[in-house]
Design a protein around this ligand. Structure first.
Ligand code: 6R9
Length: 778
C-alpha cells in the first residue's frame, strides 16, 4: 500500500503555519524560528512559547526551563543541540562486535544521522491533552522512570499489586536476573513464587469489578455487515466452555496447543482458554504455509491443533483446514502425529459439508464446545510458568520459539498499554495486528483485556472492499485509539473520534510520521511510535502521549524500567549524541525467558554479541539529551531515540555503512516518491551497491528525469556514496499482513535470483511480486 500522495504534507512551511495557528488558538503568542540547514537545504522550525504568566518566565509550558538568551538569539533547537554535542557515531566497523564471530549475519551498524539530525522540530501535545494524561509532564515521567530503574523491585511490586494474585511473591525476591554470559547461564525471573492466572485477571477480575456488561471485544468480519460483540461476561462464558473441553480431553498445565486461526473471536477465546488451564498456546499466523506450520508442530509437539475450516481474505476463500491436513502429513513423517484437531466451522467462508475430514481426529467446535459448562475453575500457576510460545524468524532458516512466562508478561503488557496509549475506560481501542504476531498477543488480547478495555478484532484486510475500510471501522465504532503499522490509505471519512495514534513494526520515516500526524490525526492526536519486539513482550521505547513533545520519526524515550544503551562495535556504551547497536541493560518483567528447547541459541543470539547486555539486533541513533538542554529535568542518560532498522538491513558500499532507513527516508522526502524500500546487491568494485524500489505518488509517471532527480535527493541528503545504483519502479511493495516489508524477497529480485523467492504466502498481496518482476528491466 502506498501513502496517499495527494494528502501527504509537502512542505514544512505548511506545518509551521498550522502549528502557529494552533498556538494562537490556544491564546499564546508563539515565535517561530526558521533556520536553514545547509546540509539538506531543508527548513527547520522551532517554537517558543511566550506565556504572559511571569511565574513561568524562561520556562516553556512543561517547566523545562529553556534558557531565554539562547532562544532570543534566534537559534533553532538543532543549533543548540549541535553546539553542545558534536555528533559521535560509530563510524568504523572494521572491527566486528565482540562475540559477533558466532553470528555471521551481524556485519555493520546503521547510521542514523540523516534521520536524527534533520528532524528536530518539536511537536507538542495540546494543553488539554496533557492535562488529562496519566503522565502529564516530563517531570512526572522522570519521577516514575527514575524510581523504576533505581528500585525496579519496589516499582514493579507496586504495579503488580494491582492484579489478582492467589499468593504473592516473596517481598525480598521480586526479581532475579543474570544477563551477563560471563557470569553464568542467562536467567531472568520476575515475581517467582507468586501464584496467579492471566485469564482470571483479564476476565473474572473485570466481571467482579462490575464490568460484566461492558463490551470486551467487537468483531468486524471480512465482509461488510458481518459483525458481533462479546461483553466481558459473555467472553468469560465462552472461554470457560472451551477450557472445560480442553481439560476433558486431557490437556494439562504445561501442554502445548497450536492455534492456527484467523482473526475470529475464537482466536482470543482460545488463547484465554489455554491460559485459564495453564496450557501453553502457540499461535501460528494463519497466513503461514503448511510447511511452516509443520515445522512448528514438530518443534513443540502440541497436544492438539485448533483451527477453522476456511477463511475469507478479501474476495478469496482460503481452505485453512486443507493446509493443516498437509502439515499433519509432513509432521507425521518425522514421527509427530496429532490425535485431535478441533475445527471451528467458519460458515461465512465455507460450509462444513465441503470440508475434508478425518473421522476420529477431527472434531467440529460447534458440535462439542456449547455442551460444556460456562463455569471453569482456574488453574493457578506460578508467575514463571510458561504462558505462550511464539515462533519468530531469525537470520537462519529455523524459526525461534520465543517463550514468555505468566506474571511478568501480564504486568508489563497491561502497564505499557495503559501508559503508551494513555488508556481511559471510555476509550474504544483498535489494533490492526493479527494475533498470529506478538502485537496481537500483547495489544489485541492481553494488554487491553487486563485493562478492562473495549477492543476491536478485525478479520479482514484494510483495503477490502476498498481502501477506506479502516476509516469506515474507525467511524463505525468511534475508535479513539488506533494502533497500526505505518502504511495506510486515507480518503473521505471523519475520523473525529480518534485521540491517539500508534505505530509499530518498522521505523516510521519522518515524512510518513508527518502524514500520519497531520492527515490521519488532523494534527491533534499524539503518535505513539512504539519500538519493541517479539522478544521484549511489550513496548520498550515509546512516547507517553501528553508527557513530552514529539519529534517526527523518533520513538522518543524508554518505558519505565527499560534501560536502553547504544554500544559501539566493541560493546562499549556510547554516551550523548551517537549511533550504534541498540542493547538493553538488565531485565524487565516482559522479557522472554528462553528460546523453546534451545537456551544456548538464546544466549548466543541475544546475550553473547555484547556481553553484559541484551542485544536487540537493531541499530539506533540517539540525539543529544534533553538533559543537557534542561538539566534540571532530564538528569538521566537518555535523549530522543531514532530506530534505524535491523543491523542486517545494512548496506556496505565501498566501506561506507549505510542504513536502508536513511536512504529510504531521503527518497521519500522527494515530493514524487510515496514509498521506498532499499536493499544491498553485490557489486564487483564497491562490495555492495544500493538498489532502491520506489513507489511513486498517484498520477506520477516513470521517467529517466525522475529517476535522476530521486538519486539526486539521496546524494543531497546523505552524500554521493549513498546514491542508489538502481531505481526499480514498484507499483507496490511486498509486505506481510503485519505491514513489514519483506526485504528478503526484494533482495532476490534485485539480484535476479527469481527462482529463489521462497515462501511468499505470508504477503498481504502476493501479486506485487509479479509486478516487480515484470518491471525489472524498465
Ligand atoms: C512489535 C514487532 C521487531 C522488529 C524490531 C525492529 C522493528 C518494531 C518498531 C520497529 C522502528 C518501531 N520495529 N517496532 N522499528 N520503530 N516503532 O514488530 O515485533 O515482529 O518481533 O519485530 O521490528 O526492527 O527489531 P517483531
Amino acid at each position: 500500500m502506498a501513502l496517499a500522495p495527494q494528502t501527504r504534507p509537502r512542505t514544512l512551511g505548511w506545518e509551521w503555519y498550522k502549528l502557529m495557528k494552533r498556538g494562537e488558538s490556544q491564546g499564546r503568542r508563539r515565535q517561530a524560528v526558521l533556520a536553514l540547514n545547509s546540509k539538506s537545504c531543508k527548513a527547520k522550525c522551532s517554537y517558543k512559547y511566550n506565556n504572559n504568566n511571569n511565574n513561568n518566565k524562561g520556562k516553556d509550558r512543561f517547566g523545562f526551563g529553556f534558557v531565554e538568551k539562547e532562544w532570543n538569539r534566534g537559534s533553532s533547537i538543532i543549533d543548540i543541540i549541535m553546539a553542545a554535542h558534536p555528533l559521535r557515531h560509530v563510524d568504523s566497523m572494521a572491527t566486528m562486535p565482540s562475540g559477533a564471530g558466532k553470528i555471521p549475519y551481524l556485519n555493520a551498524v546503521i547510521l542514523g544521522e540523516a534521520l536524527a539530525s534533520e528532524e528536530n522540530d518539536l511537536i507538542y501535545p495540546s494543553d488539554d491533552f496533557s492535562r488529562q494524561a496519566h503522565v502529564p509532564s516530563p517531570q512526572k515521567y522522570l519521577e516514575l522512570y527514575e524510581r523504576s530503574v533505581k528500585d525496579p523491585g519496589g516499582f514493579w511490586s507496586d504495579v503488580a499489586s494491582q492484579f489478582y494474585w492467589k499468593h504473592k511473591w516473596a517481598a525480598d525476591h521480586v526479581y532475579s536476573e543474570n544477563v551477563d554470559v560471563r557470569k553464568g547461564p542467562v536467567q531472568i525471573e520476575w515475581f517467582k513464587g507468586g501464584i496467579t492466572n492471566i485469564c482470571y485477571n483479564c476476565l473474572d477480575r473485570n466481571v467482579e469489578a462490575g464490568l460484566g456488561d461492558k463490551i470486551a471485544l467487537h468483531w468486524e468480519g471480512n465482509d461488510l455487515g458481518n459483525d458481533a460483540s462479546l461483553t466481558y461476561s459473555h467472553l468469560l462464558h465462552r472461554v470457560s466452555q472451551l477450557a472445560n473441553y480442553l481439560k476433558d480431553i486431557g490437556v494439562r498445565k504445561g501442554d502445548a496447543v497450536i492455534v492456527y486461526l484467523p482473526m475470529l473471536l475464537e482466536l482470543p477465546i482460545t488463547m484465554l482458554a489455554c491460559a485459564r488451564i495453564g496450557a501453553v498456546h502457540s499461535v501460528v499466523f494463519a497466513g503461514f504455509s503448511a510447511e511452516s506450520l509443520a515445522q512448528r508442530i514438530i518443534d513443540c509437539k502440541p497436544k492438539l491443533v485448533i483451527t477453522c475450516n476456511a477463511v475469507k481474505r478479501g474476495p478469496k476463500v482460503i481452505p485453512l483446514k486443507d493446509i493443516v491436513d498437509a502439515a499433519f502429513v509432513q509432521s507425521s513423517q518425522t514421527g509427530v502425529s496429532i490425535d485431535t484437531c478441533l475445527v471451528y466451522e467458519n460458515a461465512l467462508a465455507m460450509k462444513r459439508e465441503k470440508t475434508n475430514w478425518q473421522d476420529g481426529r477431527d472434531i467440529w467446535w460447534q458440535d462439542v464446545i456449547p455442551n460444556y459448562s460456562t463455569k471453569c475453575e482456574v488453574e493457578w500457576v506460578d508467575a514463571e510458568d510458561p504462558l505462550f510460545l511464539l515462533y519468530t524468524s531469525g537470520s537462519t532458516g529455523k524459526p525461534k520459539g520465543v517463550l514468555h512466562t505468566t506474571g511478568g508478561y501480564m504486568v508489563y503488557t497491561a502497564t505499557t498499554f495503559k501508559y503508551a496509549f494513555d488508556y481511559k475506560p471510555s476509550d474504544i481501542y483498535w489494533c490492526t495486528a493479527d494475533c498470529g504476531w506478538i502485537t496481537g498477543h500483547s495489544y489485541v488480547t492481553y494488554g487491553p483485556l487486563l485493562n478492562g478495555a473495549t477492543c476491536i478484532v478485525f478479520e479482514g484486510a484494510p483495503n477490502y472492499p476498498d481502501s477506506g475500510r479502516c476509516w469506515d471501522i474507525v467511524d463505525k465504532y468511534k475508535v479513539t485509539i488506533f494502533y497500526t503499522a505505518p502504511t495506510l490509505y486515507v480518503t473521505r471519512y471523519s475520523r473525529k473520534s480518534l485521540r491517539i495514534l500508534g505505530s509499530v513494526g518498522e521505523p516510521i520515516n519522518p515524512s510518513a510520521w508527518r502524514w500520519f500526524y497531520n492527515v490521519v490525526g488532523d494534527s491533534r492526536c499524539p503518535i505513539s511510535d512504539t519500538w519493541w519486539q517479539t522478544e521484549t513482550g511489550g513496548f520498550m521505547i515509546t512516547p507517553l502521549p501528553g508527557a513530552w513533545p514529539q519529534k517526527p520519526g523518533s520513538a522518543t524515550f524508554p518505558f519505565f524500567g527499560v534501560q536502553p544503551v547504544i554500544v559501539d562495535e566493541k560493546g562499549v556504551e556510547i554516551e550523548g549524541e551517537c549511533s550504534g547497536y541498540l542493547c538493553v541493560k538488565g531485565s524487565w518483567p516482559g522479557a522472554f525467558r528462553t528460546l523453546y528447547g534451545d537456551h544456548e541459541r538464546y544466549e548466543t543470539t541475544y546475550f553473547k554479541p555484547f556481553a553484559g547486555y541484551y542485544f536487540t539486533g537493531d541499530g539506533c541513533s540517539r540525539q543529544a539529551k534533553l538533559a543537557n538542554l534542561h538539566k534540571s529535568m532530564f538528569r538521566d542518560k537518555d535523549g530522543y531515540h531514532w530506530l534505524t532498522g535491523r543491523v542486517d538491513d545494512v548496506i556496505n558500499v565501498s566501506g561506507h555503512r549505510i542504513g536502508t532507513a536513511e536512504v529510504e527516508s531521503a527518497l521519500v522526502s522527494h515530493p514524487k516518491c510515496a514509498e521506498a524500500a532499499v536493499v544491498g546487491v553485490e557489486h564487483e568494485v564497491k562490495g555492495q551497491a544500493i538498489y532502491a524500489f520506489v513507489t511513486l505518488v498517484e498520477g506520477e509517471s516513470y521517467s529517466e528525469e525522475l529517476r535522476n532527480s530521486l538519486i539526486l535527493a539521496v546524494r543531497k541528503q546523505i552524500g554521493a556514496f549513498a546514491a542508489p545504483d538502481r531505481i526499480h519502479w514498484a507499483p507496490g511493495l511486498p509486505k506481510t499482513r503485519s505491514g513489514k516489508i519483506m526485504r528478503r524477497i526484494l533482495r532476490k529480485i534485485a539480484s535476479g535470483q527469481l527462482g529463489e523467492l521462497g515462501d511468499t504466502s505470508t504477503l498481504a498481496d502476493p501479486n506485487v511480486v509479479d509486478q516487480l518482476i515484470a518491471l525489472s528491466n524498465c
